[in-house]
Write a protein that binds this ligand. Structure first.
Ligand SMILES: Cc1cc2nc3c(=O)[nH]c(=O)nc-3n(C[C@H](O)[C@H](O)[C@H](O)COP(=O)(O)OP(=O)(O)OC[C@H]3O[C@@H](n4cnc5c(N)ncnc54)[C@H](O)[C@@H]3O)c2cc1C
Length: 658
């Protein structure tokens, strides 16, 4: 701890108190604790539910699940995190429950959920929201004497620079602005204004007495007017689709009974008929049952720290990498490596695993003509070779003779996906390979974030190919959701239309959903749901604060420019860590930081949470921002040496009773 003279008070505003804002608050408090003579006042402001934020607000339906297991969700840092601030451990969601954190919750349903939750179960979003509220209480209860915290439930409409060097933060409910020295924007998922197609569908729905639901978080949508008399066309088969399925079936009193033949759905009679589809025609791959414990992950063999360093140097040297040529070969080798190792463990259990892995790395580096003979020696080959086409278009490119033929094929595929999933994310070759993509997100970020790809490559290869592929294969629903979908199809509640699905406004006065890959797949509906979240970033956002930041020039949209090609990525432009917002003239704002979802494009895959024990990038980011707003690391900007200022080996505060 340094000896310091008393200094002037630092006033800091955190706008957005979801997981990232909360993590920033925790980091500010723990860093400030080590500087007791430096007074700090923090204003933490969230429009919806300070601590949990809007995504995790505890008041939402219990039928909405996380797609992360309970032991892999936290808000506290640990010794894996490379940051300069103190390591102050705390319980993950699962540990919090184990320690009785949920015992005093006033809601009996949430207490019951917590009581039956296992480490590898998928919690409800509401339960995670209660954990996040507890984290806020915990931080508040343990504030050091030099930190004062004001929590506001309010929406910030504007942040303006003051002549004196500080900022005025303008909340909607108060006539008085909050004056601060530093502002952290952790705005998360923002509402979007309707695009042209969506506006037309909405107008069509109004004209014809239909219902149109544009891209949104399903928890924010009132489905009361969707009744058993409606046919709902659902455009999209991702996580959002599964949320709507739950809200329209089990949340209405329908029941899934366990039988020896799998789940059987017992309808409540209030479900609409649901017809769904997507470009690929199949839902996202189910997550493999977790066999990695809390911190297990695939350790990269190709996208190693040395390769990453080489790629970063090359990006600087040539003015931008090409994702397909420079990055994708490493990713696909990692995936194939994990797949073949799992295959070999099954087909040749007696083989020396370490020797096989070493040989496999060399063979994959040199190409298929080197890999195939090695695989053959271990009994792997032919149609068991890794094949991206089978993964990304599992039902192929053919045409199905009838909806019934398609449904039979789909059900067989879903059952196989479920079997693979129960096989586990280490033992099952396919699930282990796909889960490796999730493990590799940090490595991928290191070679593509902050403009390291050319503009064309980012647009075509990342936005157009890798981001959707990654979502489809590695961040899908819990396996239970696939089992429920099978039961709903068998019960006649849900029909999946087929690949190439499109849902349009039919001049005859209804919505029509069709799949060109299935003969006879034409369905009419009176409700149309675009089942996806608004795009991350800020393009198309109609959020008043974002509009203000852009219109006033405090912020600007991020653009990549290479060789005459420009790509507006959609995010707010920020500098390297500690992520200062870049103004309209290209200058970093000295006192405004932004991170997370609105910076998507500068950063990749920002719609993610904090996992313990794996050097979560969010925790490192939050610490760097916290230290910057406290004036601990400036200058130099962006320096994030990995020495910790102090390491606490136990939590400083006991779990407070609720
Ligand atoms: C429906 C949904 C499900 C998800 N499920 C998972 C999952 O299971 N696992 C996982 O790892 N990730 C999941 N995610 C990804 C999600 O991005 C992260 O888990 C996490 O919520 C990101 O935290 P954040 O703080 O950056 O953003 P958010 O959680 O979005 O929080 C931002 C907060 O800022 C507030 N805010 C915004 N503007 C203002 C303003 N002007 N004034 C005041 N407050 C403001 C918002 O109200 C919100 O509360 C999910 C996302 C969504 C939308």
């Amino acid at each position: 701890m340094r000896t310091e003279k008393a200094t002037v008070t630092r006033n800091i505003a955190i706008v957005g108190l979801g997981p990232r804002g909360m993590s920033t608050l925790e980091r500010i408090v723990e860093n400030a604790r080590l500087h007791p003579h430096s007074p700090v006042v923090v204003h933490a402001i969230d429009a919806e539910s300070p601590g949990a934020g809007s995504v995790w607000r505890p008041t939402q339906s219990w039928h909405l699940l996380m797609n992360t297991v309970a032991s892999q969700v936290t808000l506290f840092n640990d010794t894996s995190v490379r940051c300069r601030g103190p390591i102050v451990p705390g319980p993950s969601l699962y540990e919090w429950i184990q320690r009785g954190g949920a015992d005093e919750l006033d809601d009996p349903e949430l207490r019951a959920q917590a009581a039956r939750l296992a480490a590898d179960d998928y919690p409800t979003r509401a339960l995670y929201g209660r954990y996040l509220h507890w984290v806020l209480d915990h931080v508040r209860a343990g504030l050091p004497a030099n930190v004062r915290l004001h929590v506001h439930t309010d929406r910030v409409l504007a942040v303006t620079a003051l002549g004196s060097g500080g900022y005025a933060v303008v909340p909607s409910h108060s006539t008085q602005a909050i004056t601060v020295d530093k502002v952290v924007l952790a705005l998360g998922h923002l509402p979007a204004s309707l695009r042209e197609r969506e506006r037309r569908l909405e107008a069509f729905a109004i004209t014809h007495g239909l219902q149109y639901i544009p891209p949104a978080n399903p928890a924010d949508i009132d489905l009361a007017d969707v009744t058993e008399r409606n046919t709902v066309l659902v455009n999209g088969l991702g996580l959002n689709f599964f949320d709507y399925l739950s809200l329209l079936t089990s949340a209405r009193g329908g029941r899934f009974d366990e039988t020896t033949g799998g789940l059987v759905y017992r309808p409540s009679g209030t479900e609409p008929r649901i017809v769904a589809g997507s470009r690929r025609g199949v839902p996202y791959h189910a997550r493999g049952a977790n066999q990695k414990g809390v911190t297990g992950r695939h350790v990269p063999r190709f996208l190693t720290p040395e390769t990453i360093e080489r790629l970063r140097a090359r990006a600087r040297g040539v003015g931008g990498l090409d994702f397909y040529d420079d990055v994708w070969p490493h990713i696909t080798n990692e995936v194939a490596f994990v797949y073949y190792c799992a295959m070999a463990r099954q087909s040749d259990p007696a083989a020396d695993r370490r020797a096989f892995a070493t040989e496999l790395v060399t063979a994959l580096t040199h190409g298929p003509e080197h890999t195939r003979p090695l695989l053959r020696r271990h009994g792997i080959g032919g149609d068991t070779e890794w094949n991206w086409d089978c993964i990304s278009r599992p039902l192929g490119e053919g045409v199905f003779a009838s909806p019934e033929a398609f449904t039979d094929r789909l059900l067989a595929y879903l059952r196989e996906d479920l079997v693979n999933s129960y096989g586990g994310n280490v033992d099952n070759p396919i699930k282990s390979a796909l889960d490796a993509l999730r493990d590799l997100r940090n490595e991928v970020r290191q070679v593509i974030d902050h403009g390291q790809l050319t503009a064309a490559s980012y647009r075509e290869h990342v936005s157009g190919f890798y981001t959707p592929l990654n979502a489809f294969v590695s961040i899908g629903p819990p396996p239970r959701r696939i089992a429920e979908l099978i039961a709903l199809i068998e019960a006649g509640i849900v029909t999946v239309a087929g690949p190439g699905f499109s849902a349009t406004a039919d001049p005859r006065g209804h919505f029509t959903g069709t799949s060109p890959a299935v003969v006879g797949a034409e369905y009419t509906g009176d409700v149309l749901i675009d089942a996806r979240l608004p795009d991350p970033g800020v393009v198309g956002s109609d959020d008043p604060l974002v509009r203000y930041l852009l219109d006033s020039g405090i912020g600007r949209r991020h653009r990549l420019r290479t060789n005459g090609t420009e790509h507006v990525t959609g995010g707010l432009e920020v500098t390297d860590r500690p992520y200062r917002l870049v103004d309209a003239c290209g200058r970093p704002n000295p006192g405004v930081h932004a991170f997370g979802v609105p910076t998507e494009g500068v950063h990749w895959a920002t719609a993610a949470g904090v996992r313990p024990g794996v050097d979560s990038v969010i925790l490192g980011d939050a610490d760097a921002i916290a230290r910057s707003v406290l004036g601990l690391d400036d200058p130099p900007d962006g320096d994030h040496d990995v020495r910790h200022e102090a390491v606490l080996t136990s939590e400083p505060h006991a779990l407070p009773a609720h």
